[in-house]
Write a protein of this length. Structure first.
Ligand code: NAP
Length: 277
């Protein structure tokens, strides 16, 4: 297979109209004056395998994968990176010249890069991280926090069994705390991460009592609609450094864009504005 003269990439999901990825990659392609296109691809689960087979022949060099295909797609790729295996999901595909497909997961990378950019003094080794939520996104967050060197993760989730499963998978540096006790562990947190959907527009509020939060805790929220969630507002009033969730979405896209279009894009205010406009 020869390299396409106009590289194509896209995001595969169902539904896909809401995805911000086409806007983001389109912005970078224009900004850097690169040849290529990035398109939304609405693909039903039943068609996933055949679509993936056809894409390289149509000039696609790769794709992002979003809900509901992030786990299923692992069956259809030839190789999965270690970090994607650990997370148990793939969000980035690379169609290689030899016709094989590599599946990667850049969510944890995006999370840590966003944290480092938004809180430059953040140090993984500073102390325990409290993680709220044990859904799909939490796996990438826990994997990346442990990889970065966080000594201990205190994990709490409404449905305890989901948190227990993550503790089993990630080992002794993760401890599970009852959801009703969440407020009582905040004083131990060097880092606090909300990975639940609570606080998102249209979802219930996050009702964890936040009185125990102290000003040295770095607080980040995966929810980015609204950008300043009530958790981040409260934490900022406490004097905490806060990091919103939009940056994670932007940073997770960097490795794919670089691989497909040959230029490492910078995540800056202009990138944020391009997505929000
Ligand atoms: P998910 O798999 O559906 O998990 C949802 C989580 O929220 C679970 O821990 C769930 O607890 C908890 N939750 C939901 N309703 C609750 C309630 N009423 N009370 C207590 N806990 C509740 O979703 P996900 O994929 O992990 O995504 C979670 C959030 O992260 C979403 O808002 C998503 O948009 C955001 N996200 C952002 C980025 C980014 O780039 N910034 C990336 C990925 C995800 P149970 O287990 O008890 O149901």
């Amino acid at each position: 297979m020869t390299l396409p003269s106009i590289p194509l990439a896209g995001v595969i999901g169902d539904p896909i109209a809401h995805s911000k990825s086409p806007k983001l990659h389109g912005h970078w392609l224009r900004k850097y004056g690169l040849t290529g296109h990035y398109v939304p691809l609405e693909v039903e689960a039943a068609d996933l395998r055949s679509v993936l087979k056809a894409m390289p022949r149509m000039g696609f060099v790769g794709a992002n994968v979003t809900l509901p295909h992030k786990e299923r797609v692992m069956e259809y790729v030839d190789q999965v990176t270690d970090r994607a295996t650990l997370i148990g999901a793939v969000n980035t595909l690379i169609f290689r010249n030899d016709g094989t497909i590599l599946g990667d997961n850049t969510d944890g990378y995006g999370f840590i890069e966003n944290l480092r950019q938004g809180a430059p003094d953040w140090e993984a080794s500073a102390g325990p991280a409290v993680v709220l939520g044990a859904g799909g996104a939490a796996r990438a967050i826990i994997a990346s926090l442990l990889d970065a060197g966080v000594p201990e993760i205190l994990l709490t989730n409404r449905t305890r069994v989901r948190a227990e499963k993550l503790r089993e998978d990630f080992g002794a540096r993760v401890s599970v705390v009852e959801w009703v006790q969440a407020g009582n562990i905040l004083e131990k947190a060097a880092t606090l991460v909300n990975t639940t959907s609570l606080g998102m527009t249209g979802k219930p509020e996050l009702r964890v009592p936040l009185d125990g939060l102290h000003s040295q805790t770095v607080v980040t929220d995966l929810v980015y609609t609204p950008m300043r969630t009530p958790l981040l507002e409260f934490a900022a009033e406490r004097g905490c450094v806060t990091v919103d969730g939009l940056g994670m979405l932007l940073h997770q896209a960097v490795p794919g864009f670089e691989r497909w279009f040959g230029r490492r894009p910078v995540v800056d205010d202009e990138t944020r504005q391009a997505i929000l406009s």
